[in-house]
Design a protein around this ligand. Structure first.
Ligand code: AMP
Ligand code: MG
Length: 283
């Protein structure tokens, strides 16, 4: 028996393309992976050391004047598992090298400053991995579905966002955008469990039920978002997320491949190593 493995590059299998249809992505599927839950968890765990090593290289690079950063953007309906990805995937690396930020309803000040203001302030500094749990994309999702801005205003955001992200990419940020897609049935189960369990009540928001009732509108909003903002500089990956283990494995793999692709080398010493060794040992 061969070990369970990726049978297709997840970056290819999950990447949004102009011909992808959201309703054709089965949230229970596990594209490109031929194993089950135990295998997926094991494989993700196997990546821990390499992820940590690459993250430390990135950090060292930032400490020595480099400008590279990684930005992982997570979107998805309530209970899609964004928090779980942060905990189980991003949580595998040194927290000192990570900046996580969740975006909820904007405050009055944030609204007044424009939707990209709070986003810019939350961007990772050089050498860090930034994680957005929701993002500027809410401006073409909840804002569209709930009619919070006139259509002409939110429609203009697609080009603004593309330009914003192209600037980030040009400045050294590797952008990985992940949409976690779950089925209405799976969401029903997860929301029910939030109501059943007192230790999960804090996660429940009565507003989630409204978003759930607007499922079709969200699907349309997500589809147009994916079509309009999946770019070479900042592609979208659509990750089936009814199986939490798969979603975590897939995002872990995307993160790993992104870091590998940055060709990060350890910064050379800017001092004379032999001389320092002599001084240390008093020789
Ligand atoms: P949670 O991610 O569970 O903390 O929920 C955050 C809530 O904030 C969600 O209902 C989002 O739709 C909402 N939210 C995030 N960004 C915006 C935005 N720009 N405008 C309006 N609502 C937002
Ligand atoms: Mg919520």
């Amino acid at each position: 028996m061969t070990a369970p493995r990726w049978t297709a590059d997840p970056a290819e299998a999950l990447r949004w393309t102009p011909v992808t249809r959201l309703d054709a992505v089965d949230p229970r599927s596990t594209p490109g992976f031929d194993g089950g839950k135990g295998d997926g968890r094991e494989l993700l765990g196997d990546h821990r050391d390499e992820l940590s090593d690459l993250q430390e290289r990135l950090f060292a690079h930032g400490r020595t004047g480099g400008d590279r950063t990684v930005l992982l953007v997570l979107q998805g309906m309530d209970t899609a598992g964004k928090g779980g990805v942060v905990r189980h995937v991003v949580g595998m690396v040194d927290p000192q090298g990570v900046r996580c930020r969740g975006f909820g309803r904007p405050t009055a000040e944030e609204r007044a400053r424009g939707y990209l203001w709070r986003i810019r302030r939350a961007l990772p500094e050089p050498g860090l991995i930034g994680v957005f749990d929701r993002s500027h994309y809410e401006q073409v999702l909840v804002v569209r579905v709930d009619d919070l801005e006139p259509e002409a205003t939110w429609r203009a955001h697609y080009d603004e966002i593309n330009e914003f992200e192209a600037g980030l990419a040009a400045g050294g940020t590797a952008i990985v955008k992940v949409m976690l897609t779950i089925s209405p049935d799976e969401q029903l189960e997860r929301l029910t469990s939030r109501l059943d369990r007192p230790d999960k009540h804090w996660k429940f928001d009565p507003a989630d039920l409204r978003a759930r009732a607007q499922w079709a509108q969200y699907e349309a909003a997500y589809t147009e978002m994916l079509d309009r903002t999946s770019t070479t500089a900042a592609p979208w990956y659509v990750v089936p997320a009814d199986r939490k283990w798969y979603a975590r494995l897939a995002v872990g793999q995307l993160l790993l491949q992104t870091l590998r692709g940055m060709d990060l080398t350890w910064p050379p010493a800017d001092f004379d190593v032999a001389e320092q060794r002599r001084l240390l040992t008093g020789g």
